[in-house]
Design a protein around this ligand. Structure first.
Ligand SMILES: NC(=O)C1=CN([C@@H]2O[C@H](COP(=O)(O)OP(=O)(O)OC[C@H]3O[C@@H](n4cnc5c(N)ncnc54)[C@H](OP(=O)(O)O)[C@@H]3O)[C@@H](O)[C@H]2O)C=CC1
Ligand SMILES: O=C[C@H](O)[C@@H](O)[C@@H](O)[C@H](O)C(=O)O
Length: 336
């Protein structure tokens, strides 16, 4: 190309935010010294009977990060998939990054919660263990996962606090470093995180939060950045039945880069230095979602404009608790 022309084009082309371009397994540093692969396969609502094949397909397609949780009630099948790919030599355990989460009814039983997930996942350790929500629920209620009062409201455990749960996790990683490589939180707002950090001796490695152009959560993203806490974005596509695939701005950016809207929604997080979880049990989508691209400043401005008239949160379980998010102010304050 004519050097003068090339200079002109460079001046007019918005610089890519990520240089070099990210890939699905770009290793993002955590405050533990370990790294987390940029893209993880989500497994929430992946039905038994489907999730094993999805995890095997994903790992064969190059995914190295799998996001799991005890409350998804499918960790046994995820474990079968992990055993299968490791046994067939597709991947070694140490090349995978496996996350699991402590469910709300296990806040006072963290060792038991972790061991249950390890047994189901058929793995000696998890790379990351997250407090799933800062909401302790009754461990002896009328259901092992979702205990309720007779009026149908969730049975919250008022005898303990999320900060105490964090201390329990700090003890767990100190006593069982061979079983858990990093601890973190999920669904933490600025208010709850500030309460936790005031008493923490270990800074969480990760805060896993709902994040997409309709819910940028900039205030908690900024706090986490300042404290060295990595953000992992969940429900990046807008979860099940998402309107984001039809969003005009998302589709304009997708057209510009000749990719599908899903790829744009996932790549948005890499431009924010976050990792991202995409759930699918559909092989063609699992394949498509790997093709992360580098978005430029113009693309990001377009995507940022999507929430200018208000945000939408797709995941907010009926705990009856005010988790401190500016867009959800009803319920009990358990921040402590
Ligand atoms: N910490 C927490 O509290 C939470 C954590 N998470 C984690 O984050 C993961 C991702 O979030 P999740 O809420 O599942 O939702 P996602 O935003 O990942 O969306 C999943 C939905 O999008 C569909 N989909 C996936 N890829 C494409 C594509 N390329 N084109 C069109 N449709 C597509 C999937 O369908 P299909 O499967 O049929 O292909 C599914 O219906 C979870 O699975 C879980 O691991 C999620 C929520 C809360
Ligand atoms: O991780 C996914 C979500 O947080 C999910 O675990 C909760 O929404 C749960 O179904 C609940 O009803 O409390």
């Amino acid at each position: 190309m004519n050097p003068a022309l090339s200079k002109f084009m460079l001046a007019r082309t918005p610089k890519s935010i990520l240089d070099p371009a990210p890939t699905m397994n770009t290793a993002i540093p955590l405050n533990t010294g370990a790294t987390i692969p940029a893209l993880g396969l989500g497994t929430w609502q992946s039905a038994p009977g489907e999730v094993k094949a999805a995890v095997i397909h994903a790992i064969e397609a190059g995914y190295r990060h799998i996001d799991c949780a005890f409350c998804y009630q499918n960790e046994d099948e995820v474990g079968e998939a992990l055993a299968d790919v490791i046994e067939r030599g597709i991947v070694k355990r140490e090349d995978l990054f496996i996350t699991s989460k402590l469910w709300c009814t296990f806040h006072t039983r963290v060792e038991e919660g972790l061991q249950k997930s390890l047994d189901l996942l058929k793995t000696p350790y998890v790379d990351l263990y997250l407090m799933h929500w800062p909401v302790p629920m009754n461990p002896n209620g009328n259901h092992p996962l979702f205990p309720k009062h007779p009026d149908g409201s969730r049975d919250i455990d008022h005898s303990t606090t999320h900060v105490q749960t964090w201390k329990n996790l700090e003890s767990l990683i100190k006593s069982s470093p061979s079983k858990v490589k990093a601890i973190g939180v999920a669904n933490y707002s600025v208010k709850y995180l500030e309460k936790l950090l005031a008493q923490a001796t270990i800074v969480p490695a990760v805060n896993q939060i709902e994040n997409h152009p309709l819910l940028p959560q900039q205030e908690v993203v900024d706090l986490c950045k300042a404290k060295g806490i990595h953000i992992t974005a969940y429900s990046p596509l807008g979860s099940t039945g998402s309107p984001l695939f039809k969003d005009e701005k998302v589709n304009e950016v997708a057209k510009k880069h000749s990719v599908g809207p899903g790829v744009v929604l996932l790549s948005y997080h890499l431009a924010r230095s976050s990792s991202v979880l995409a759930k699918s049990v559909t092989p063609s989508r699992i394949d498509e979602n790997r093709k992360l691209i580098s978005l430029d400043a113009d693309d990001m401005s377009s995507l940022e404009a999507i929430s200018k008239d208000g945000v939408t949160r797709f995941v907010y379980p009926p705990f009856g608790v005010n988790c401190g998010f500016p867009d959800k102010t009803e319920g009990l304050d358990l921040s402590g």
